[in-house]
Design a protein around this ligand. Structure first.
Ligand SMILES: Nc1nc2c(c(=O)[nH]1)N[C@H]1C(S)=C(S)[C@@H](COP(=O)(O)O)O[C@H]1N2
Ligand SMILES: [Mo]
Length: 365
């Protein structure tokens, strides 16, 4: 069970999980933290784009959690190879494996704790998780390149390298691989329901259930936690700041043409759910302020403190007919926890950028 065939069998599943996790993580990351040159170019379609990339990111990361220890267990006797280093090149290769193992374990642990919104470390999660992802990707490509001849020799059961093994080893390996597959299946089936809602009945282990929350939708930060409480109707104002700035009362906002859209909230922590939203098209509000069609837009919450009180939209996201300043959710007025009296809902955006308790739209030049 500690031979190259076992390592190859588990390794290719682990490699696939890491590849999916890396690519979807990059897409999700750029949708949440675009570099300057990309900030006004983010696409608003497909509307479910972020829901898919972040759902796959979290699911592939969770699937990798049983795969990584299984792979390490299959190869650990090699840690004690003698002599420990045969050449400078060999030393460098072993060093890169050390980096790969430490980085991979770090990504899976920090990612998993992030899904539970638990940050028991002094550093900022996003930049560190992102930087280490590149390190792991580089070390993994190097590892696959170095091991390519061995991987090739043991790719299939009928590969020449595999045939040389004694027949009585086969049942042990089959049991091990079956156990690993069962573990991956179990952790996947009991968590994907947090975003893949057809399987929500099986969602037993994910921190969130897509149905649990006011108006049938989970809440990450409640109004109380954000320190906004219930905003009184009489004092609420929406300020639209552009070439022709104006202010609307809640009654005026409710008097504007209302649209209904179906869009998901997809939280970076892994849960997502589609909902029906009713409100005023942001593009109509911007048009009235005389905003140029190519302008970026900043959305500012009435929340006074906290990282997610402000978000920005590319012109395409701001002008998409699906993008609403929503007043209603699933046929009812928003509850305070969902952003009463008005919150942003836009296609292909991370949940953290779907700003609640919106008080201001700013047209950026
Ligand atoms: N002003 C403000 N808006 C916010 C947040 C926040 O902390 N403050 N949290 C965001 C996060 S992380 C998510 S996932 C969504 C969740 O929306 P919901 O609570 O209505 O489901 O709101 C977003 N909007
Ligand atoms: Mo979120």
């Amino acid at each position: 069970m500690h031979d190259a065939r076992t390592a190859t069998s588990i390794g290719r599943w682990l490699g696939l999980a890491f590849a999916v996790c890396f690519v979807t993580g990059l897409i999700s990351h750029f949708l949440q933290h675009p570099p300057g040159w990309l900030a006004n170019e983010l696409p608003s379609r497909p509307a479910w784009g972020y829901r898919l990339t972040q759902g796959l990111h979290v699911a592939s990361g969770i699937a990798a959690i049983p795969l990584l220890p299984a792979k390490l267990w299959a190869v650990y006797p090699r840690l004690f190879d003698w002599p420990p280093v045969r050449s400078v090149l060999h030393a460098l290769e072993r060093l890169s494996i050390g980096l790969l193992v430490a980085g991979a374990a770090f990504e899976l642990v920090t990612g998993l704790l992030n899904t539970a919104q638990w940050y028991p470390w002094p550093f900022s999660f996003v930049p560190v998780h992102y930087a280490v992802a590149w390190l792991v990707a580089g070390a993994l490509v190097l590892h696959i390149a170095v091991k390519a001849p061995e991987i090739k020799a043991h790719w299939s059961r009928r590969s020449p390298g595999t045939l040389a093994l004694s027949a009585e080893d086969a049942p042990d390996r089959r049991s091990l691989l079956a156990a690993v597959a069962a573990a991956v299946g179990a952790v996947t089936l009991t968590t994907v329901g947090q975003s893949f809602t057809p399987l929500k009945k099986l969602d037993l282990l994910a921190p969130r259930h897509p149905d649990h929350g006011p108006q049938g939708l989970p809440v990450n930060r409640t109004a109380a936690a954000a320190g906004v409480g219930r905003i009184p109707d009489e004092s609420y104002r929406l300020v639209v700041d552009g070439p022709r700035p104006y202010t609307l009362t809640l009654a005026e906002l409710r008097g504007l043409p209302q649209r209904e859209v179906e869009l998901p909230i997809a939280c970076v922590e892994g849960w997502s759910k589609s909902a029906h939203w009713t409100g005023v098209r942001v593009t109509d509000l911007l048009e009235r302020a005389g905003a140029p069609s190519h302008a970026r837009v900043r959305v500012v919450s009435l929340q006074l403190r906290g990282g997610y009180r402000v978000s920005e939209m590319s012109h395409e996201q701001a002008r998409d007919p699906l993008t609403l300043l929503a007043l209603r959710l699933n046929g009812e007025e928003l509850t305070p926890d969902h952003g009463y009296p008005a919150r942003l809902i836009a296609p292909n955006r991370p949940g953290v950028l779907q700003t609640k308790w919106v008080g201001r739209l700013e047209v950026l030049s």
